[in-house]
Ligand binder design. Structure first.
Ligand code: NAP
Length: 254
């Protein structure tokens, strides 16, 4: 039996670890040829080897999403290697912490550049290729933090994650004429290398705040991305799917 994404090419920025790795894993298991992008090529190559399926390819590429030129180069390289590009997941992101009182202009700019401008550059660089697909798909990894919730130390991060959604809604209007959808997944707290760096106390307090009493897995986010990428989701665009185990729902502490 053929797999759901057999013959499709999927690009995942920030695919070397964390949520991006989970997205790449799900698409690889569903038969897609996957191109993962990160700045650290060695790490990305190791991940690509681990995710390689029996009948599909997983390749690693080096690019920095804060550079339009870098993304244009990598889009060309992926198209040369794999032929077509059907689905692009703009997932790369950073979440350093700084209070408003301590935050420097450089720290603010860095977060906007990777998370918000990086999403714009990713869509812009891959659009000429995705336009050629039967049905193209862009999937953005946003967050509950910013669009829905706040968290002390993440004002710059929250602003960047809300900016992604504002960008996405207008992009949905512009891309519709080319039969391309763009949607966003907004994860709650998902256990990743990046989140692990915030410490065990943070992880414990977050798990306690989630009705399912666990952090999300990277595959939880990968399956949501696969829904938006499916042929069957072709009439869904400009939307956001929160995947958070009910974290944003409680009105009070039990
Ligand atoms: P992570 O474990 O730190 O992984 C981040 C990935 O992005 C890595 O592959 C990293 O590789 C890549 N990356 C970072 N900066 C980049 C740049 N300038 N250019 C290209 N690649 C870059 O992070 P994560 O927790 O999986 O988060 C991934 C996304 O999910 C982010 O957009 C984040 O905001 C969102 N998110 C995460 C959570 C969570 O609980 N973990 C919750 C909500 C939303 P290199 O360093 O080698 O470039």
């Amino acid at each position: 039996m053929s797999k759901q994404f057999e013959g499709k090419t999927v690009v995942v920025t920030g695919g070397s670890k964390g949520i991006g790795r989970g997205i790449a894993k799900v698409f690889s298991e569903k038969g897609a040829n996957v191109a993962i992008i990160a700045r650290n090529l060695e790490e990305a190559t190791k991940t690509a080897k681990e995710l390689q399926g029996e009948h599909n390819s997983v390749n690693a590429y080096n690019a920095d999403v804060t550079s339009n030129f870098s993304l244009e180069q990598v889009a060309q390289a992926i198209a040369n290697d794999l032929g077509a590009i059907d689905i692009v997941c703009a997932n790369a992101g950073i979440f350093p912490s700084a209070s408003i009182e301590e935050m420097t202009e450089d720290q603010w700019n860095r977060v906007q550049n990777v998370n918000a401008k990086g999403t714009f550059f990713t869509v812009k660089a891959f659009l000429p290729y995705v336009k050629k697909a039967d049905f193209g798909r862009f999937i953005v990894t946003s967050s509950i933090t910013g669009p829905i919730t706040g968290y002390a130390g993440w004002s710059h991060y929250g602003a960047s994650k809300a900016a992604q959604l504002g960008f996405m809604r207008t992009a949905a209007l512009e891309l519709a004429k080319d039969n391309i959808t763009i949607n966003a997944v907004s994860p709650g707290n998902v256990f990743t290398e990046g989140l692990d760096g915030l410490g065990q106390d943070y992880l414990n307090s977050m798990a306690a705040a989630i009705p399912f009493k666990r952090l999300g897995t990277v595959e939880d986010i990968g399956h949501a991305a696969a829904f938006f990428a499916s042929k069957e989701a072709g009439f869904v665009t400009g939307q956001t799917l929160v995947v958070d185990g009910g974290q944003i729902l409680p009105e009070s502490i039990e």
